[in-house]
Design a protein around this ligand. Structure first.
Ligand code: AN7
Length: 345
């Protein structure tokens, strides 16, 4: 029914807020028994790639765009590693607003670029990384009085909490471990806020440990200093100076959780495992969660029998290039049954 309908009473919606709805949210929470057995935990995956633009961004974007309309914004602007731009472009198209997106040139996965373009956003590729693009987008938004829809927009974080509420409603409680990829650190901060609110409202008895996973080449929250030249195959989280770093640190500290980094190689192995042993195709950044849990398990830091939820933030189809680089190739044959039978081994 869409995030604004399902959770409207818990969100800052007024009589003047237009209803915007692409049927985002209410994403599947899938139990992964085969992988869970390997890890010794009850493992669940929240399939945020099932959102209308294929990533978790739609939850926060729907409120940011509704509020931009309410405030009479003439256009939306954002910087993005790909998914924010796809989401902003989709909602802008849906409500009929112009949308400008700034991307780090050559560093955005193919599917995300195709999305921003086909939804009709004006796509501007800058000679710089995401952190630079964000700085430029903020300045331009101010100059032109456009609505800035990156997570510096408070409505993004507020509506992003709905992910935590859905998990609690599905499980009837919070998980013991919440595993999540961290880039700009909005999502982890929002989930923690969401869990805490549900506990305050008496909906859940306990809170999860927040486990944030970054790519080794872009891990400012693990090294505790900004990373001037972030680099990782998981381009979604190729971010060196997270906007919500302080909130994220607080979430990890308060929950007794941890930040950890995983290598690109570990991310790719986890992507393959999720697909082959789980039937789930998630984009590389999302797979940092499974890579991280595997790492914790190896270090003896994953409690046996715990309930763990991984937030699979984006759909695997967004980055076909990376998937094909490790997925093998079709077997080519002619058109006879004999050749086919020989191939069926
Ligand atoms: C699939 O699209 O920052 O820690 O500009 O696309 O809340 O930033 C994307 C981030 C994880 C990290 N997984 O979330 C953008 C952007 C996926 C992502 C993250 C992103 P945050």
């Amino acid at each position: 029914m869409g995030v604004l309908k399902r959770y409207g009473t818990k969100l800052p919606i007024t009589g003047k807020t237009p209803s915007v709805n692409l049927e985002e949210g209410s994403t599947p929470l899938v139990r992964l028994d085969r992988i869970g057995e390997t890890l010794g935990v009850e493992l669940w995956a929240k399939l945020e790639g099932c959102n209308p633009s294929g990533s978790f961004k739609d939850r926060g974007m729907v409120l940011a765009v509704a509020k931009a309309l309410e405030d009479g914004a003439k256009a939306l602007v954002c910087a993005s590693t790909g998914n924010t731009s796809a989401s902003a472009a989709a909602y802008a198209a849906h409500v009929g607003l112009p949308c400008y997106v700034l991307l780090p040139s050559g560093k955005v996965a193919l599917g995300k670029l195709a999305q921003a373009l086909i939804y009709g956003a004006k796509v501007i590729a800058i000679d710089g990384n995401f952190d630079k693009a964000l700085e430029m987008a903020r300045e331009a938004a101010e100059e032109r009085s456009f609505a800035m829809v990156n997570s510096v927009n408070p409505y993004r974080l507020i509506a992003q909490k709905t992910g935590a509420w859905e998990i609690c409603e599905s499980l009837g409680r919070a998980p013991d471990i919440h595993a999540i990829p961290v880039g700009n650190a909005c999502n982890i901060s929002a989930y923690w806020a969401g869990y805490k609110e549900f506990k305050e409202w008496g909906q859940i008895p306990s809170l999860p440990k927040m486990m944030g996973f970054q790519a080794e080449g872009a891990a400012p929250l693990v090294t505790n200093e900004p990373c001037p030249n972030p680099e990782t195959i998981a381009t979604a989280i190729r971010i060196g100076n997270p906007v919500s770093a302080e909130l994220a640190r607080k979430a990890v500290r308060e929950s007794g959780g941890q930040f950890n980094s995983v290598t690109d190689d570990e991310i790719l192995k986890a992507q393959l495992m999720l697909a082959k042993d789980g039937g789930i195709f998630a984009e590389p950044a999302s797979c940092a969660t499974l890579a991280g849990l595997i790492k914790l398990k190896a270090a003896g830091k994953l409690p046996e029998g715990a309930t763990a939820v991984m937030i699979l933030t984006g759909n695997g189809l967004k980055d076909p290039d990376t998937a094909l680089s490790q997925a093998g190739r079709p077997i080519k044959i002619g058109s006879t049954l004999k050749e086919l039978l020989e191939a069926l081994v």
